[in-house]
Design a binder for this molecule. Structure first.
Ligand SMILES: Nc1nc2c(ncn2[C@@H]2O[C@H](COP(=O)(O)OP(=O)(O)OP(=O)(O)O)[C@@H](O)[C@H]2O)c(=O)[nH]1
Length: 495
């Protein structure tokens, strides 16, 4: 079961429970059974699942709950918290600081995506103004240096390695020395992988680590390894001081539950996930937004981050301003389609907004979605400025629609379909009216401006229902004390 399905199963279990008139032991047990099944199918280690359900049972003591309490909300909150707890080892990993030299060593089995991930990690930081460098200390796999060299050259990142030298420790030390002299602030050391855990691999890794004294060791794990994740992660942790985990290939049909197990085994947080083969298919991993998404709650902060990443800098203030005014014109839709196509993996952006992805871009059908978007854009190319900038779709009368169809060589039906899509998106965005959209790094501004009214508009209806409608939401926000926590719960909050 892939993670998206896991999220679906958990949401369904919660929904079924919400539909029950009375929530008693039986209903709770059924809900927890469903969730247990879903987690086990997603390859989460049995012990973890058992601990989680036991904890929920302990927290949710139905008899003790005073009448009037929203039991559903308490149960949902408990599930949310437990999933977060599973993924959050309680202490953050070492975070390199820009401008100050840090050495980061990557370890993992062969084929886990280590070399690719090293470059992604370097590229990610380079985009943020760091001065990264790559050292290839993988002397085991022929071609490893070439691969790193190729990736590094493409991303214009300095690299160090050797075709002749067979001692990985020597190369690692030389590379680190060189880049320290060159004032690189993020020196990334890629180490050898093997097909399976073996003593020689661990010994070599230990020696490289001892010689280069990394500030952080990152364990790279392929998300498809399933139940093996726990043992594998633990074996690595026992040999080197693993401080963080990166889970790769989260885009495939992998059972992502292994990520939860790896965290449990290494007591180290997942810091990034790999979502494709390309350099930029790499996302910061945050527990709360991840669990929010898992439970179908949407990931508001991830969406904001994506806007900042996808939309060119000079267009950002204008777009955010327009969106906060609630005016979503066809031109905005056109420009955003352009940005999305430019960025590549299309689902990434909108899948973060509650209710968005399923209709416009169903998972696994990204190619068709792209073709659809291109078709829509061709039709919009035949529109006048007045049509593109109109604050309302009412302007689109029959004769205009006919002209657009003729001009773009498409059927009337297709133009109507595109306009329907526009209306659907505009409706979603109109709910954002008045919502203060924060600038990058200003999530707290959003939190401060967030009241129950806004929140209720942004949340998917079924979730609002689960919380207990507007009344429930107000109480919940009050109980949580501050908007910040609230945003945390639904995927926001400062990072
Ligand atoms: N779909 C997908 N493929 C990935 C991802 N990360 C890496 N890959 C692919 O996985 C394969 C193995 O990646 P490498 O980076 O060569 O693996 P490695 O762990 O460095 O292997 P060794 O250097 O031999 O230890 C390559 O084909 C990558 O393109 C990801 O997030 N998603």
């Amino acid at each position: 079961m892939v993670l998206a399905e896991l999220g679906g199963s958990i949401s369904r279990a919660l929904q079924q429970m919400s539909n029950a008139t009375i929530i008693d032991e039986k209903v709770l047990a059924e809900c927890l059974n469903e969730i247990t099944r879903a987690l086990l199918q997603a390859d989460v280690q049995f012990k973890l699942v058992r601990d989680m359900t036991n904890n929920i049972k302990k927290i949710v003591n139905l008899d003790d709950l005073a009448a009037g309490h929203n039991k559903r909300r308490i149960i949902q909150q408990a599930i949310f918290n437990e999933l977060c707890k599973m993924l959050d080892p309680g202490k953050p990993s070492f975070t390199p600081k820009k401008g100050k030299t840090s050495v980061v060593m990557f370890v993992g089995l062969q084929g886990s995506g280590k070399t690719t991930t090293c470059t992604k990690y370097a590229f990610y930081h380079q985009k943020k103004g760091w001065k990264p460098a790559l050292v290839c200390a993988d002397t085991f796999r022929a071609g490893a240096f070439d691969q790193l060299k190729q990736n590094a050259t493409k991303a214009k990142i300095p690299f160090y390695g050797s075709y002749m030298e067979s001692d990985p420790v020597k190369i690692a030390v030389e590379g680190v020395e060189r880049f320290k002299k060159e004032n690189c602030d993020l020196i990334i050391v890629d180490t050898s992988g093997r097909h399976k855990q073996e003593a020689a691999l661990f010994e070599e890794m230990r020696q490289v680590s001892e010689a280069t004294k990394p500030d952080l060791v990152i364990f790279v794990m392929d998300s498809s390894i399933g139940q093996a994740a726990f043992d594998q992660a633990q074996a690595f942790k026992q040999s080197v001081a693993v401080g963080a985990v990166i889970v790769t290939k989260m885009d495939g049909h992998a059972k992502g539950g292994g990520a939860l197990s790896a965290v449990a085994a290494t007591k180290s947080p997942v810091i990034f996930i790999g979502t494709g083969e390309h350099m930029d298919e790499f996302e910061v991993f945050d527990v709360k937004p991840f669990v929010s998404r898992l439970l179908g709650m949407g990931d508001w902060s991830g969406f904001m981050d994506k806007i900042h990443e996808v939309v060119p800098m000079d267009q950002q203030p204008e777009l955010l301003q327009k969106l906060s005014e609630g005016s979503f014109t066809l031109r905005i839709m056109y420009e955003q389609f352009q940005n999305i196509l430019k960025m590549g993996p299309i689902g990434q952006v909108f899948s973060m907004l509650p209710g968005f992805s399923a209709e416009l871009m169903p998972k696994g059908r990204e190619k068709e979605s792209q073709a659809k978007i291109k078709r829509y854009m061709t039709m919009m190319d035949s529109m006048t400025d007045k049509e593109l900038d109109s604050p309302t779709p009412k302007i689109m009368n029959d004769s205009r629609i006919m002209r657009i169809a003729r001009g773009s060589g498409r059927q009337l039906r297709e133009v109507m379909e595109m306009l329907e899509e526009y209306k659907r998106l505009a409706k979603i965005w109109s709910k954002m009216k008045g919502l203060k959209i924060p600038k990058k790094g200003e999530m707290s501004a959003l939190s401060r401006n967030m009241n129950a009214q806004h929140m209720s508009k942004v949340l998917p209806p079924q979730m609002l229902k689960q919380i207990g409608g507007m009344g429930g939401l107000q109480t919940l926000m009050k109980q949580m004390g501050s908007g910040k926590d609230m945003m945390g719960m639904f995927g926001g909050g400062d990072k």
